[in-house]
Design a protein around this ligand. Structure first.
Ligand code: NAI
Ligand code: MG
Length: 347
């Protein structure tokens, strides 16, 4: 019997709608083969909506979105909107309201992809970034703004509950991977309160996963090894801010931001998870047809895996890998040509 998936689509701003269209093109091909019926609802949220109505994410839209099985997002943010309005009011609001505590960011160096590193080795890592705490909660404030005595605070929130659930998820993922290795990345020599909580939590949960080996790196050292020896990493677990930064670096090492996909996952499945390219709305190339939709397509692969279709997910990754091998050395293609090529490679 056909499975029905209710998908909320938020194309967003800039290149968001351009790359989402290609992700959906690929999803349609796979869904047809899987006997999967994808019921899409598109939400007009982002810069245009904000200019028209002043809204970022109305409560009614949030509640409707909550009723879906999954969300596909392009990107939000536009130079015409003050920085932070859409990022906080729309993107972060979704992540917090839907409790996306696992921000999943895999980085695989697919064959045919040129890494900026001369000898990267085999890179296949996944960063499990905490998604609902850390310095991103808006726990801060400003006093005497604009005066020489201005005070600004941005407090990093780390709860035993929040750290444990994401660490447990990271261990479970490591357990399922061939190398079964988990690296905690933090800065416990300086951020001693939060670092101590993270370290004790990893030690405690490790006892339940005897097959998983663990190690630890300070975040600054992690950036060195991501460049000098990226193949040493398997699963990395880290906080919201460190995860944001190290995943841009991991993306750069494995072929660039045009290939980096992510999932904002609620593992309890009490709310829909959201899949999106790591990149932003790229206003500098929006409308030119130069955006690489591969990150959006790989986000669809993560979505398929989350919905219980791991083979279909691997098929999409395989089609992307084939397209990447073929494109090496070729002339640049438009966004929709790349989407067409991946869809054709699936057939
Ligand atoms: P960005 O990721 O949009 O762009 C950085 C650079 O990478 C630009 O030169 C852009 O042309 C290039 N680039 C990005 N995606 C590409 C793709 N698919 N193919 C080819 N080139 C690509 O980051 P930036 O410029 O810092 O931010 C632009 C806007 O996006 C801002 O408003 C920012 O807040 C927002 N943003 C939104 C995110 C989201 O929705 N998840 C994530 C990051 C930024
Ligand atoms: Mg980022």
């Amino acid at each position: 019997m056909a499975q029905t998936v209710r998908l909320a689509v938020l194309p967003g701003d800039g290149i968001g709608p351009e790359v989402v269209a290609e992700g959906l093109k690929v999803l349609d091909v796979v869904a047809g083969d899987l006997d999967l019926v994808v019921e899409r609802t598109e939400y007009d949220l982002g810069a245009r909506r904000w200019h028209a109505t002043g809204e970022t994410l109305p409560d009614s839209a949030l509640e409707e979105i909550r009723g879906h099985d999954a969300i596909l997002l392009g990107a939000v943010g536009d130079p015409s909107v003050p920085s932070g309005v859409l990022e906080r009011g729309l993107l972060l609001r979704l992540r917090f309201a839907l409790d996306h505590y696992v921000n999943l960011r895999p980085s695989r160096l697919l064959s045919g992809v040129a890494s900026p590193l001369a000898d990267p080795g085999e890179v296949d890592l996944v960063v499990v970034r905490e998604g609902t705490e850390g310095p991103y909660t808006g726990n801060g404030g400003a006093l005497r703004v604009g005066t020489p005595h201005e005070v600004a605070t941005e407090v990093s929130v780390n709860t035993a509950f929040g750290v444990e659930r994401v660490v447990r998820d990271a261990f479970a993922r490591a357990q399922e991977r061939p190398r079964r290795r988990l690296t905690l990345v933090h800065k416990h020599n300086v951020l001693t309160y939060a670092g101590d909580l993270w370290r004790r939590t990893v030690d405690a949960v490790a006892a339940e996963f005897p097959d998983v080996s663990t190690d630890y790196l300070h975040v600054d050292a992690a950036t060195i090894f991501l460049v000098t020896d990226p193949s040493r990493f398997d699963v990395v677990v880290t906080d919201n801010l460190f995860g944001d930064i190290v995943t841009d670096l991991a993306a750069a090492v494995t072929g660039g931001i045009g290939l980096a996909a992510s999932g904002n996952v609620n593992p309890t499945r009490e709310a829909p998870s959201m899949f999106e390219p790591v990149h932003g709305s790229a206003p500098d190339i929006a409308g030119t047809g130069r955006a690489d939709p591969t990150a959006a397509v790989l986000s669809v692969a993560l979505l398929l895996e989350h919905l219980g279709h791991p083979q279909a997910s691997e098929r999409v990754v395989g089609a992307v890998a084939e397209d990447l091998r073929r494109r090496a050395g070729g002339s640049p293609r438009t966004t929709s040509q790349v989407g067409d090529a991946v869809a054709a490679a699936l057939a």
